[in-house]
Write a protein that binds this ligand. Sequence first.
Ligand SMILES: Cc1cc2nc3c(=O)[nH]c(=O)nc-3n(C[C@H](O)[C@H](O)[C@H](O)COP(=O)(O)OP(=O)(O)OC[C@H]3O[C@@H](n4cnc5c(N)ncnc54)[C@H](O)[C@@H]3O)c2cc1C
Length: 522
Amino acid sequence: MAGERITPGLTGIPDAVDVVVVGLGITGAGVALDAVTRGLTVLAVDAHDLAFGTSRWSSKLVHGGLRYLAQGQLSIAHESAVERGILMDVTAPHLTRPLPMLTPVNDAMPRSRTAMTWAGLHAGDVLRRTARTTTRTLPRPRRLNATEALGLAPSLRADTLRGGLLAWDGQLEDDARLVVTVARTAAAYGAHVRTRARVTGATGASVEVRDELTGATHVVRAGAVVNATGVWAGNLDDQVRLRPSRGTHLVLRRASLPHTRVAVVVPIPETRARFAMVLPQPDGTLYVGLTDEPVTGPIPDVPTPSEAEIDFLLDVVATAFASPPTRADVVGAFAGLRPLLEVTGSGTTADLSRRHAILTSSTGVTTVVGGKLTTYRRMAEDTLDILVSAGRLDAGPCRTASLPLLGAAPPEDLRRCTAPARLVRRFGTDADLVLATARDVSGLTDDELLSPASPNVPVTLAELVFAVTHEGARDVDDLLDRRVRVGLVAADRAVAEPLARRALDLVARRASIRRRNCPCTR
Ligand SMILES: Cc1cc2nc3c(=O)[nH]c(=O)nc-3n(C[C@H](O)[C@H](O)[C@H](O)COP(=O)(O)OP(=O)(O)OC[C@H]3O[C@@H](n4cnc5c(N)ncnc54)[C@H](O)[C@@H]3O)c2cc1C
């Protein structure tokens, strides 16, 4: 592998490539990886940073497609289950883990809804089997009695609890980390991956791209231009019409619902099959999600949750827990916009198809939009297949279904890694590289590089230094909001900020020493 690093700005980019990818959320990063591993030359750019858009505001689940099954969308459900298996078993076992999900059976779950939910979980298990994902990766669903359910989630209301339904899905370590890892893998295979580079105009044969650091513009010729700009896709190609929908999550401390060891799925009252979820995160927080609100008007850079959504989520969760969280327990809240394609005749955004679409407009730009984090690989494969079969690119078959991302290894190998657990969880077998890089750049001891920002904020200097040297992070926001995600809780972000500044300073100082000592500058 070429070992390229992700860098901000456009210095040194080629004048012509096979494929330009616009947007470095999960979709664009996936397209860049698919294209470069088929032997094509690739330039992939983002106007801001990796994972700047929707990809960092997700529920961080690797879905098996149960929801689509409930809507009778069998092919999307199967596709989701297959991609979940590929992520968990082949491409990113280091960044994914099985997540037990408990639906409490209580007064809010009449017998008919319980029976329907149980049937749905069984159908989900059939999907797992047809996708060839083993029970070692995702165990079968099972019924629990009330005592067993309380053992997994002791904060549940005991007085109305009759039992529970336990099923398993996949969970990501972090959504932005998946994007960064896919992008870094693409760069390692030789793709030029650049942040702070905004495409201001595109046709199927070229883009005009502005370096947001210098203001300089460049024209890059290409065999194909892929618009992977998510909810912003219509800005680059006005033939693409989207109807975004906002999804909001709350962030709580684990102590707000003590000892919750599983995700809890709470039925939304007065709906037939809609649920809210309480999702324990590896960093010691809990997310409560998720809303589905149609959005009109201009697309903001960073969407914000509404007060009504926050109240709604707290109200739903209150139905299941003995001492439900209150407004005072909400330490953060975030919202993301689903890039849903407009479909004539559809009612609410919840009814719009979540399958991806690939559209080539009269300008020749190919837009890939919709889908999910879980299905990013298949979206990329389909996009490149269409471009190859249309004769616009000359390339071999897709390789990504059997191509592990950087740091990937089977769980048993990861358990044998001697590097600190947090680094192994976030970088897999690259944890050693992260630490070695930080030592080399800083000259600091492992104690300094690995001590957490505070007892409650597990971020380390080592990973922040690596984010600057290898992952294209340029400022404090890149580091805290898109590399380590501590930005989801404002108070924790403030604690970690000095560490982020130190990492930037260490790398800058090292670069200036290198420049001074380089014979070429003497
Ligand atoms: C609330 C919510 C929860 C979700 N939960 C899950 C989940 O649990 N599991 C799952 O599988 N999926 C989930 N999804 C779906 C998933 O997050 C999205 O489908 C996916 O992240 C979309 O990624 P994208 O790359 O297409 O878009 P984005 O991530 O928005 O990326 C688009 C990028 O394009 C860049 N850009 C825009 N214009 C330009 C330009 N002119 N030049 C250069 N760059 C540009 C932006 O800066 C941005 O980084 C969820 C979605 C939402 C909204």
